[in-house]
Design a protein around this ligand. Structure first.
Ligand code: IDP
Ligand code: MG
Length: 158
């Protein structure tokens, strides 16, 4: 099992798309283990996007991400990081494939609706920035019995 951080960015919140974005991940079979609604501070933005510091789009990105609230989803599943990135689509809305979140809901390169961790290391760091350990909830998701093959994928006895 893997966990990943998804953010419905300020444009998604302002456009009333929080529920529809979360639904995409739930429908796919991801398990929600944490949810939060918050305004990102400049300090949090600089930690979250530290890898992009110095790039031409960095200042605009921090301005955008701190301009209005975001919704944070902590999601769990087998291969969750890659699966969520695939559902999100390519970075630029103008280029993202139809059928993906960015491909279906936007056309902008910077206002691209959603963030998703891009590696296990990034997921661990980003989940730690947005959630305290006790805000990530352990529980049994009854749907997993039918979302995954219990014997082949969940390691249960035949
Ligand atoms: P990702 O969100 O698909 O992982 P990154 O390359 O990590 O894409 O970039 C982080 C965010 O910075 C993007 O989601 C987008 O909002 C913004 N961004 C990236 N490249 C550009 C650019 O060339 N112009 C404007 N904004 C950009
Ligand atoms: Mg990225």
């Amino acid at each position: 099992m893997e966990r990943t951080l998804i953010l419905a960015k300020p444009d998604a919140v302002q456009r009333g798309l929080i529920g529809r974005l979360l639904t995409r991940f739930e429908e796919k079979g991801l398990k929600v283990v944490g949810l939060k609604f918050l305004r990102i501070t400049p300090e949090l933005a600089s930690k979250h996007y530290a890898d992009h510091a110095g790039k031409p789009f960095y200042d605009g990105l921090v301005r955008f991400m701190t301009s209005a609230p975001v919704a944070a989803f902590a999601l769990e599943g087998i291969g969750a990081i890659a699966i969520c990135r695939k559902l999100m689509g390519a970075t630029f809305g103008s280029k993202a494939e139809a059928g993906t979140i960015r491909g279906d809901f936007g056309v902008s390169n910077s206002f691209n609706l959603i963030h998703g961790s891009d590696s296990p290391e990034a997921a661990e760091k980003e989940l730690g920035l947005f959630f305290a350990p006790n805000e990530l909830v352990e529980y049994e998701h009854s749907g997993f019995r039918w979302i995954y093959d219990p014997v082949e994928e969940l390691g249960q006895e035949a």
